[in-house]
Design a protein around this ligand. Sequence first.
Ligand code: FE2
Ligand code: FE2
Length: 228
Amino acid sequence: MIDLVRHHEAEGMSDRIALGITRTLRWFADTFFAKRYGHRAIVLETVAAVPGMVGGMMNHLKSLRRMRDDEGWIRELLDEAENERMHLMAFVALFKPTWFERLLVLFAQGVFWNAYFVLYLFAPRTAHRTVGYFEEEAIVSYTQFLEQIDAGNFENVAAPQMAIDYWKMSPEAKLRDLVIAVRADEAKHRDVNHGFAAELDRTKAPGRQLDKSDATADSEAKGERPAA
Ligand SMILES: [Fe+2]
Ligand SMILES: [Fe+2]
């Protein structure tokens, strides 16, 4: 069973920055797209497919520099980028972006690739947390999309053949099935990215906040008594 409501409570400055970035972008998306969920999906998936590629590239370079194994991060992040691109391919087969939206995509890619690159370079933990929060919002948006389909505001048309092949859906699959499949992918990306942020906390983030279990483990390792 997929958890559709998991939310990481923001702790510390890095999380609050990530949440702030996400809420700001959500506000812009809500204002611009309102209930045009098909168009929203197309434009936002062009953005969603960027972080995995940037993160994959950065970890690839890091693995080369440090001459150390990446522990599966590169593959995971590149798979995420590919998966997000398939979301785009599926929705663009059903909805046609306007010329203005195409222009917006050009602009957004120019800004977002560079912004996310800089964020990842200096604060990879915050970068993964931000994507974790993006994915939480994506789940909310796709749930709203489903509600609109169920309310009859979107025709529940046949899913495109490429989507049926990619998600191995039944040949009779509809838009509704596609949205459910995409939403499940977003939940996986959410867990992976929140997990990577937590992993960076444990391993290499300087000035990290130790949670109680970490503090206990550290002091036990040094033969100290854990603080009460
Ligand atoms: Fe997506
Ligand atoms: Fe996503």
